[in-house]
Write a protein that binds this ligand. Structure first.
Ligand SMILES: [Zn+2]
Length: 584
């Protein structure tokens, strides 16, 4: 046994998957996929092969390319809580691949099956997948770890009148109800993605567009109109977009994330489609993953900052290039504030757990949600020290050198020394580097982003809290200014202040999920029952964890029972609990 990743049964000494051929029928009645997966190996081989599965029913296993009898015995070991069940196969010598016929479970952790009533259209059911971090194994038996990359082909059959999409290139198919796909670039398993429902396409630009239910497609394409421009500026900064098209699939509101960077097709929450483009940094984030994460990938979940820290940095550069420096600084300040507030009260020991150094070996799922921010802060700091003239070509060189590879923090640090620190000595010290890479917390010498507009907001909030005078000019505030106003407000406010603010600015019932999250957190912590009906509506309609978990936490902190919690669909709660908070 030579397990290379604590979150997978994959064994380094065994054959490695080079490509996958997937044939699946989507069965909405039973809520299962009836499927056949053929894994082709990088080189012919034999002997033991261990694959990751979770809740799969295995019907048959066959060797491909070997001379001996095709049908193979196999053992599906008892499931372990985190890893799932090891599928052990003994391959005859000279096998070029293995074919597995199987069915998924209605409870497959990666698959969310929605009844028609849970969709915008209300007529057709809907299916979408979320494979990150280690859920791909619940719909494909595979070596499920970011260190193994493969290309794939897929044929998906859906009921008449429905459309299937995958995070891959579409291939023409003349058969009704049959959709074909091809992913020619090697991807890690967590980027496998599928969806099916009543979907239509609305173009944005030459290389980009939106897939969504008909009710949503046009609105989303308008909200995301700057996608093409985002692609252009990122290519200018960090090299070519290597995936062909970039489309967005807008999902029903129960999707647990803001976005998931599935290659060629970001899966996105509808909670950012609000009509004023103020929350489209989610698109910048997911697009940035086309470089950091999808192109250059963390070798294991321990190194997640290589995906998320780099992406948060690139996201901010895209936002700055498209929407201006002031907007970008506000976004950075909001993220830094959230991190610092969370970290400030911690002891050094707690800090080492909550925000360890970037070079860190950890328990299951690798990281806390604050780790990537430290990574992004580190890159901004390097940029500041070396200037963009030096740092931008360095980063572009990093993406070029490691394109379509999975690497770890050591690989990055070696590259950093060779291509940035050594050619430019005396810009940063070893102590400074060690503070970022190995020590807990945010280094004391790291400067915080300062937004002039936020200083105005801070003064307005202080005055309001002191005197009850409502913030002047707030009706013209951007989303980000409102977020700042609420972020730095006390957790608990008096009913009088809450009522006054709500009457003036209509925060209760806002369509803006980010504002709603902050507002309802205060509402919940303050037990301000006048807003409970709308808060319940928000909590039961939205599945995006980032928006609803803080509100539930605030509710849990009060001593009042809250009936709406019972109204959340059990499936949604399960997906919230099982999906680790790795992405937006
Ligand atoms: Zn991300």
């Amino acid at each position: 046994m030579a397990r290379r990743d604590p979150h997978s049964y994959a064994d380094d000494t065994q054959v490695a998957t080079e490509s996958l051929a997937l044939v699946a029928r989507v069965d909405f009645t039973q809520r299962v996929l009836h499927a056949e997966a053929t894994l082709a190996f990088a080189a012919p081989g034999g002997g033991a092969l261990d694959l990751d599965t979770r809740d799969l029913a295995i019907d048959a296993v066959e060797a491909v390319g070997a001379r001996e009898a095709a049908a193979l015995p196999f053992t599906l070991h008892p499931a372990e809580p985190i890893l799932g069940a090891r599928l052990a196969i003994e391959l005859p010598p000279g096998s070029t691949g293995v074919r597995i016929r199987y069915r998924t479970s209605p409870d497959a952790s990666a698959l969310q099956w929605l009844a028609p009533a849970q969709t915008a259209g209300g007529k057709q059911p809907f299916l979408f997948s979320q494979a990150q971090a280690i859920q791909a194994r619940s719909f494909v038996p595979i070596q499920d770890l970011p260190g193994v990359r493969f290309t794939y082909d897929a044929t998906i059959r859906v009921p008449a009148g429905m459309t299937a999409v995958m995070a891959a290139e579409r291939v023409e198919s003349s058969e009704p109800g049959v959709f074909k796909f091809r992913m020619p670039q090697p991807i890690p398993s967590y980027l496998l993605a599928i969806a099916a429902g009543d979907l239509v396409f609305e173009p944005i630009g030459e290389r980009s567009g939106v897939w969504a239910e008909p009710e949503m497609a046009r609105r989303a394409a308008t909200e995301f109109a700057d996608t093409e421009e985002m692609m252009r500026v990122t290519e200018e900064l960090f090299g070519p977009y290597r995936w062909g098209r970039y489309d967005l699939l807008v999902l029903p509101p129960s999707f647990p994330y803001g976005g998931m960077e599935n290659p060629r097709m970001t899966f996105a929450t509808p909670t950012v489609v609000i009509g004023d483009k103020s929350l489209v940094s989610v698109v910048a984030h997911e697009l940035a993953h086309s470089w950091s994460g999808n192109l250059v990938t963390q070798d294991s979940w321990d190194d997640i900052w290589l995906n998320e820290g780099f992406t948060s940095y690139v996201e901010n550069r895209i936002v700055e290039a498209v929407y201006g420096a002031e907007f970008a600084v506000m976004e950075t300040a909001i993220k830094q504030h959230a991190t610092v507030v969370k970290l400030d009260p911690l002891t050094p020991a707690e800090l080492a757990v909550e925000l360890p150094g970037l070079h860190h070996r950890s328990e299951y799922h690798g990281t806390t949600s604050t780790g990537p921010l430290k990574g992004s802060w580190f890159l901004s700091w390097l940029e500041e020290r070396f200037t963009r003239e030096v740092f931008d070509p360095f980063l572009r060189g990093y993406f070029d050198r490691f394109a379509f590879r999975s690497i770890n923090t050591d690989d990055f640090v070696a590259h950093l020394r060779e291509h940035l620190l050594e050619p430019h000595p005396d810009v940063v010290t070893e102590d400074e580097l060690a503070a970022w890479l190995y020590e807990p917390g945010i280094p004391a010498f790291a400067e915080r982003a300062v937004s002039a507009r936020f200083q105005v907001v801070d003064e307005a909030r202080d005055l309001w809290l002191r005197t009850g005078e409502l913030p002047g000019g707030a009706e013209k505030w951007t989303t980000q200014e409102w977020l700042r106003f609420l972020d730095a407000a006390p957790d608990v406010l008096s009913p009088l202040l809450l009522q006054q603010l709500d009457r003036a600015f209509g925060l209760t019932g806002t369509a803006n999920g980010e504002i709603a999250r902050r507002w309802y957190q205060i509402v919940a912590a303050s037990s301000y029952e006048a807003s409970y009906a709308e808060m319940a509506e928000f909590l039961t309609n939205v599945g995006r964890m980032k928006l609803i978990l803080p509100v539930y936490q605030a509710l849990a902190g009060t001593d009042r029972a809250f009936a709406a919690a019972d109204r959340v669909a059990p499936r949604q709660v399960r997906s919230i609990i099982s999906a680790p908070g790795l992405t937006e």
